[in-house]
Design a protein around this ligand. Structure first.
Ligand code: BG6
Ligand code: MG
Length: 212
């Protein structure tokens, strides 16, 4: 097998939280008099909370002080965490679960590599921790994607060299991070555009054909 370690992004790969991020940012943006739409939301995939808000401000041609930024991202996260209460085990599909089990049974090491500081909470609600040998999330890194830190750390924790790691991503920023880490990538959703990732996944279980 070419790959010994698989590193999965969480949001948009193992489950879908896009609509909750959208709703929380939208509520905050409305309160702050900022414009925000779905197109802007897609630009925030893979990017940290603070950098996401900086993108929103820049799209609006606005500058906020450090204190204001901190206040706004704290409010957004409170809205987001309230929405996350709705997440249940049903939000991780049986296709994802069955594929993870097959890959693990084949002897591959599996990790999560996410920019989210809420990854622990989300995985707990999904009952998803049990599939993974290592979890590296936004609480353990100083630079978020497209910086390679999260994937480099995950590869090290798995004890697998970068050239034998495959990253599974839905965000162009995540594919860039994988490349910068010296790792191949499999793109799903927006990251499955030709020319971005090493492999394009039409659906999650296609991963099996590329790695086993
Ligand atoms: C990533 C999401 O997984 O986590 C981004 O794709 C999000 O949209 C980022 O901004 C940070 O998330 P959180 O949960 O720490 O606010
Ligand atoms: Mg993602």
């Amino acid at each position: 097998m070419k790959y010994q370690g698989l590193i999965f992004d969480l949001d948009g790969v193992l489950c879908s939280t896009d609509r909750y991020h959208y709703q929380a940012w939208k509520q905050l943006a409305d309160e702050e008099g900022l414009s925000f739409d779905w197109e802007m939301n897609t630009k925030l995939r893979g990017v940290s909370r603070r950098e996401s808000f900086e993108i929103i401000l820049s799209e609006n041609g606005k500058k906020f002080s450090e204190d204001e930024i901190e206040r706004c991202i704290t409010i957004k996260n409170a809205y987001y965490q309230k929405l996350l209460e709705q997440i249940t085990e049903d939000d991780m599909s049986s296709e994802v679960r069955e594929t993870l089990v097959r890959l693990k049974e084949a002897g591959l090491k599996l990790a999560v590599g996410s920019s989210s500081k809420n990854a622990g909470l989300i995985l707990k609600q999904l009952d998803g921790n049990k599939y993974f040998d290592e979890i590296v999330d936004g609480t353990q890194i100083t630079h978020s994607k497209p910086d390679p830190e999260v994937f480099i750390k995950a590869g090290e924790r798995l004890g697998v060299p970068a050239t034998q790691c495959l990253v599974i991503e839905d965000a162009p920023s995540g594919v860039q991070a994988a490349k910068a880490a010296g790792m191949d990538s499999a793109g799903i959703g927006a990251a499955a555009e030709p020319g971005l990732a090493t492999y394009q996944l039409g659906r999650f279980k296609d991963l099996i054909t590329y790695v086993l």
